[in-house]
Design a protein. Structure first.
Length: 55
């Protein structure tokens, strides 16, 4: 099961408690999930060149 919560360091603990999360959780801090200035991955683009995999 996956659950996404967004908050601040000040309120994320309360959000986790309300959501009933009692086991392992991955908590990312910072702008890692911010949508501003984010471009999609080019990994599968037709013009992407792979170093270890020939075309």
């Amino acid at each position: 099961d996956q659950c996404f919560l967004r908050g601040t360091l000040a309120d994320i603990r309360d959000q986790v408690k309300v959501a009933g999360i009692t086991r392992t959780a991955l908590i990312l801090v910072g702008r890692v999930l911010a949508t501003a200035d984010f471009s999609d991955s080019r990994l599968y683009a037709s013009d992407h060149h792979h170093l270890l995999r020939p075309r």
